[in-house]
Design a protein around this ligand. Structure first.
Ligand code: NAD
Ligand code: UGA
Length: 427
């Protein structure tokens, strides 16, 4: 078997679905993306990425002219060797993972298989799901409508970061294949052969847990750095020097130790929360994981506390908020740490003036009445204070732009500014 003979369908054209499809396209015969949003389909078929990702536009141009297409029709499932489920698994109001999109996708696969299927099709759960989901929820849905079908089932978690998704997909530290059957493992090894990364074979529940534990550990590193940072600031020690020294120990590694305004994004908050729910469902109180979330909830509000130490009343004060995306190099504002900060400014009667190189439009959906500036300098014009919330490299170049502020009160939540008189959130 060679990967060039494989036909692949991906359900869901989000960050994971589109990037996986585009990166797998050169390795396989055909790739079909099935998506419910017609806008996303039109964008993909005209080689325009529906999301911003570095390098994705170039990659998509080649794929679309060769073997990748997007559609609302699920029929390609019938002729695919591998069907990935890459739909969202957002957070329910009780913190658990919402599996409704995943279950709907599994039902659709089952319906298509009932009409026609390839010889031993393999269903791959790429979405992040609680341990047990692939075997206890997805597999029975397929089986119920196709009791005589021989099919493979696999959980293959994704570790890409937004903004670096293509590079992360093509050069992963490891590929985790969660499956118990040899035939499925073989197909998945063939599929990923061209990527050339180490493959770690485990059972589906372990694969599901590896994904949650990885995100929880990285989130814990950040909350740890933030708590140490808060203490360092109190004592008058530079947390960036401290964490650099800590990270030089190879057992710790230097990554994800940047203290700041906390972690946002569509995954760390929801996945740590879902893991807490899983623990409670099994009668365990997740003390450490709860603390990781707690530190992260209070951290951005330290920006407001620091501001209020310098500006007695925030009422009617113009406060420039630089950075709205949950991190640099993305237009994604989901769980961005700037959201609670903007809300707190509004609650205190301040007038936030918002600027982000990419995420202004997305934030407008959440704060339609706020003032949006076209550049950092125009956000700073006559401002009484400035909060830096995202680690955009362009903010490191800001210097004379601060001269247009009414009062030079500048708080850096990301250790990105290079001017001397900014106060750091925890340094
Ligand atoms: P997303 O919300 O950006 O995209 C999901 C897409 O699936 C949407 O476009 C939606 O319209 C589509 N969809 C939902 N139900 C569908 C159905 N029945 N048929 C066809 N399309 C359907 O999600 P995402 O960020 O790509 O994340 C997907 C999964 O991967 C989640 O479980 C997430 O936790 C995980 N993950 C995400 C990242 C990331 O960086 N975003 C990284 C690793 C893992
Ligand atoms: C994260 C993981 O890094 C990916 O491996 C994973 O696949 C993904 O979640 C997912 O499951 O969706 P992502 O959310 O795209 O990726 O972004 P990160 O680069 O991890 O940053 C997350 C947040 O942590 C950002 O708000 C960032 O500002 C913050 N951060 C990161 C810190 O505050 N300090 C750091 O040292 C690093």
């Amino acid at each position: 078997m060679i990967s060039k003979n494989l036909n692949v369908t991906l359900i869901g054209a989000g960050y994971v679905g589109v990037v996986t499809a585009a990166c797998l396209s050169p390795l396989v015969q055909t790739v079909t993306i099935v998506e419910i949003s017609q806008d996303r389909i039109d964008a993909i078929n005209s080689a325009t990425p529906p999301i911003y990702e570095e390098g994705l536009d170039t990659l998509l141009k080649t794929c679309v002219s060769e073997n990748l297409r997007a559609t609302t029709q699920y029929t390609s499932i019938q002729t695919s060797d591998i069907i990935f489920i890459a739909v969202g698994t957002p957070q329910n109001s009780d913190g658990s993972a919402n599996l409704s999109y995943l279950m709907a996708a599994a039902e659709t696969i089952a319906d298509e298989f009932a009409k026609k299927h390839t010889d031993y099709p393999v269903i791959v759960v790429k979405s992040t799901v609680p341990p047990g989901t692939t075997k206890n929820i997805v597999e029975p849905i397929i089986y119920k409508k196709n009791p005589n079908l021989s099919f493979g089932i696999c959980m293959n978690p994704e570790f890409l970061r937004e903004g670096r998704a293509v590079e992360d997909f093509l050069h992963p530290d490891r590929i985790v294949i969660g499956s118990t059957d040899t035939k499925t493992r073989e197909v998945m090894h063939v599929l990923y052969h061209g990527i050339g990364a180490p493959i770690f074979d485990v059972d589906p529940a372990a694969a599901e847990m590896i994904k949650y534990a990885s995100n929880a550990f990285l989130a814990a590193k950040i909350s740890f750095a933030n708590e140490i940072g808060n203490l360092c600031k109190q004592i008058g020690v530079n947390v960036y020097e401290v964490m650099k020294g800590v990270g030089m120990d190879h057992r710790v590694s230097p990554y994800f130790l940047n203290a700041g305004a906390g972690f946002g994004g569509s995954c760390f908050p929801k996945d740590v929360s879902a893991l807490c729910t899983v623990a409670r469902e099994h009668g365990l109180e997740p003390t450490l994981l709860s603390a990781v979330l707690q530190v992260n909830a209070t951290q951005p509000l330290r920006m407001i506390d620091l501001l209020e130490k310098k500006i007695v009343s925030l009422a009617e004060k113009r406060i420039a908020v630089l950075g709205l995306a949950f991190k640099n190099n993305t237009d994604d504002v989901r769980e961005s740490r700037s959201i609670p900060v903007i809300q707190a400014l509004i609650d205190k009667g301040a007038m936030p003036v918002l600027y982000d190189p990419m995420a202004g439009r997305a934030m407008k959906a959440l704060f339609p009445d706020a003032e949006y500036a076209a550049s950092a300098e125009s956000a700073l014009m006559n401002a009484d204070g400035c909060l830096v919330m995202t680690e955009w490299p362009e903010f490191s170049k800001l210097d004379h732009e601060f001269a247009v502020m009414k009062e030079r009160v500048i708080i850096d939540g990301r250790h990105i500014l290079t001017i001397d008189d900014a106060e750091g959130i925890c340094w």
